[in-house]
Design a protein around this ligand. Structure first.
Ligand SMILES: [Zn+2]
Length: 266
């Protein structure tokens, strides 16, 4: 009810109830940090045009941009198939070219974001890696029941997304770069305490993963300590257990087993 009131205040009279319900669902499932992502349920009302059933881009995007996005979606789907075997989720991708568009949907300062099954991409995140990253989140939320999904720690959800997407920004190479330079990153024990989205976001502040716009402006290398650490944790787990292990974990969580017990059992 609280969510309904929060949502209705700015948009009352402009949208129908199904849209409002979709926005509430987005908040519940995506755990997003603001309300603007709800606009993804009416993308054409906010400056995006439909390219295909699963792809919207900011108005004015040229044909090569649209083609490269479609190609990136195919590559992301290939990576998803490799990791999950079968891909059950069919997220809708929304690509912003401008900062204004990104801000309109609540994605400022990010490569990409997911609200339920709605992916928002920035211009910098417009490649298969970041589509696959967000798609991995959408796939896990599709495969897990609500209670199992809530029991999955944020660090694991992010770690799987990092491994599936192979984004160079979050790679093992980046982890080693941080390690070699003594740049602060969470140790394993600490990482494993980041169970909720709030804890994850607080850690992001602590390790300054969100300060990359400033680093870029100063000509300094970007730092993704948190994501690199999550990938560093999950990469050997996935290398050892593979798709079968991932799907087994999903099944065990859906059966009500405790995440820590299941994860530790490998
Ligand atoms: Zn993520």
């Amino acid at each position: 009810m609280m969510y309904m009131q929060m949502i209705e205040t700015p948009f009352v009279g402009r949208f129908t109830r199904p849209w409002l319900l979709a926005a509430v669902l987005a908040l519940t499932l995506g755990g997003c940090t603001n309300l603007r992502g709800g606009k993804l349920w009416a993308p054409e009302a906010f400056g995006l045009v439909r390219v295909s059933e699963n792809l919207y881009v900011e108005a004015g995007a040229d044909a090569p941009t649209q083609a490269s996005l479609q190609d990136a979606m195919r590559r992301a789907e290939g990576a998803m198939q490799a990791a999950f075997g079968e891909v059950l989720s069919r997220p809708v991708v929304h690509a912003c070219l401008s900062e204004e568009c990104l801000y309109r949907f609540g994605g400022q300062g990010t490569f990409a974001k997911v609200y339920g099954n709605r992916i928002l991409l920035s211009k910098r995140g417009m490649n298969w890696h970041f589509i696959a990253h967000e798609w991995s989140h959408a796939e896990l939320s599709k495969r897990l029941g609500l209670s199992a999904w809530r029991g999955m720690p944020q660090w694991f959800d992010e770690g799987v997304a990092v491994v599936v997407s192979e984004a160079p920004e979050h790679s093992e190479q980046h982890w080693q770069y941080l390690d070699a330079r003594g740049i602060a990153k969470p140790g394993r024990d600490e990482l494993l305490t980041y169970k909720t989205l709030a804890q994850w976001l607080a850690a992001g502040d602590r390790f300054q993963d969100g300060k990359n716009a400033e680093r870029r402006a100063r000509g300094e290398p970007e730092i993704y300590a948190l994501y690199a650490a999550a990938g560093h944790e999950v990469r050997p787990w996935f290398a050892q257990l593979g798709t079968a292990g991932l799907l087994q974990l999903v099944a065990q969580l859906n059966a009500g087993e405790d995440f820590s017990a299941v994860y530790a059992k490998r």
